[in-house]
Write a protein that binds this ligand. Structure first.
Ligand SMILES: Nc1ncnc2c1ncn2[C@@H]1O[C@H](COP(=O)(O)OP(=O)(O)OP(=O)(O)O)[C@@H](O)[C@H]1O
Length: 337
């Protein structure tokens, strides 16, 4: 697969009068390949927007190499700008203009045929409302108009910084459907967010940033698999006896209200056989898989605990071949306030 975005060793330090020197991005790497819907995940202030701004030439990097669609950024960015759509800073629209008039203005300014206007309005689901003034739009509709403006030139790559920010659940769902339909149409999408569930629902790949450094990257399934402790939630009629039997069989078991958690077990038969052979029948046996939220919280240090998500499918995640977890960054992390 070809690289659509490559960043290696990106550094950016801001100097402000009040706060002095602030390292926003510190040797950061990112690889986005063609066809991916790539989630760029990190807590507030971890460096996501700075990275995207540097990539797009909106802020000057202090070090590192970047390329977009094979062109070095920022020097050769103009060569590929027509193939990239990006919404990084909150777009401002004229409130008194309709969506159609807004897009017409942008199409004319960008040399895009005006026949594209109806196509992008359809793509973002705004055609029915396109004659209304933008000032009457909801935040979600404004976001969709922003995406429509980025789609005018039929980009191969779409970069969205926090597209779900400020949206209500219905708006988030609309944005999710929109990103999925763009991905299905072959657009490579890089999407920054701190809404973990969103990333898990939309993205196939993820890069996690914490304090300006990459702390994990790879296929979402593989990143999750890297944190899988092979735990099972077990319900039985006599939990105390079950703890004893499982412990005697050398299994790691902890008691929780109403259930037990057995860790480090690949095959659930081991649990049911150990208990069944002593006449203790398992009522429920559920694999506990880590979700992106628990992985993110562990990597970025925002909580010491690993909440678990119950995945009733019982399907083991894919192998962890592609996932890379930067252990140095993990161990050296500081706790976010
Ligand atoms: N123009 C600036 N001047 C000074 N400091 C800045 C500037 N832009 C960003 N920073 C600092 O750089 C760090 C990274 O900020 P950045 O906006 O890139 O984070 P982020 O991950 O996008 O956060 P959020 O999710 O809140 O948007 C923060 O400490 C921020 O205060």
């Amino acid at each position: 697969m070809s690289a659509v975005i490559e960043i290696s060793g990106l550094r950016k330090t801001f100097h402000t009068l009040r706060q002095g020197r602030r390292v926003a991005v510190d040797g950061f790497d990112l690889l986005v390949e063609a066809g991916q819907v790539h989630g760029f995940l990190g807590p507030n202030g971890s460096g996501k927007t700075t990275t995207l701004r540097a990539l797009l030439g909106l802020v000057r990097a202090d070090g590192g190499r970047m390329s977009v669609l094979g062109a070095e950024s920022p020097d050769r960015l103009p060569e590929v700008a027509g193939r990239v759509g990006a919404i990084v800073e909150s777009p401002q629209f004229f409130g008194n203009f309709t969506a159609r008039r807004t897009l017409r203005l942008l199409a004319l300014a960008g040399g895009v045929p005006t026949s594209r206007i109806d196509e992008v309005l359809d793509q973002v689901g705004l055609r029915d409302r396109s004659e209304e003034r933008v000032k009457g739009y909801s935040l979600g509709m404004k976001q969709r108009l922003a995406v429509a403006s980025a789609l005018l030139k039929q980009p191969e790559l779409l970069i969205l910084d926090e597209p779900a920010n400020g949206l209500d659940p219905a708006g988030i769902r609309e944005m999710r459907d929109l990103v999925r339909s763009l991905a299905a149409a072959g657009v490579t999408v890089l999407l920054s967010s701190h809404i973990l569930a969103e990333i898990q629902l939309i993205c196939d790949h993820v890069t996690i940033i914490s304090r300006g450094q990459r702390v994990a990257h790879g296929r979402v399934d593989d990143v999750l698999a890297g944190f899988d402790q092979h735990e099972w939630q077990v319900r039985v009629a006599e939990p105390e006896r079950a703890v004893e039997l499982l412990g005697r069989a050398g299994l790691s078991v902890t008691a929780h209200p109403g259930h037990l958690v057995v860790a480090g077990v690949d095959e659930p038969e081991l649990i049911s056989r150990t208990l069944g052979e002593q006449g203790l029948w398992v009522r429920e046996l559920i694999p506990l898989r880590p979700d992106l939220e628990s992985v993110f919280l562990e990597l970025t240090g925002t909580t010491p605990h690993l909440p678990r998500q119950v995945d009733g499918s019982g399907t083991p995640p894919a192998g962890a071949d592609d996932v890379v977890i930067d252990l140095d960054a993990r161990e050296n992390r500081e706790v976010d306030a």
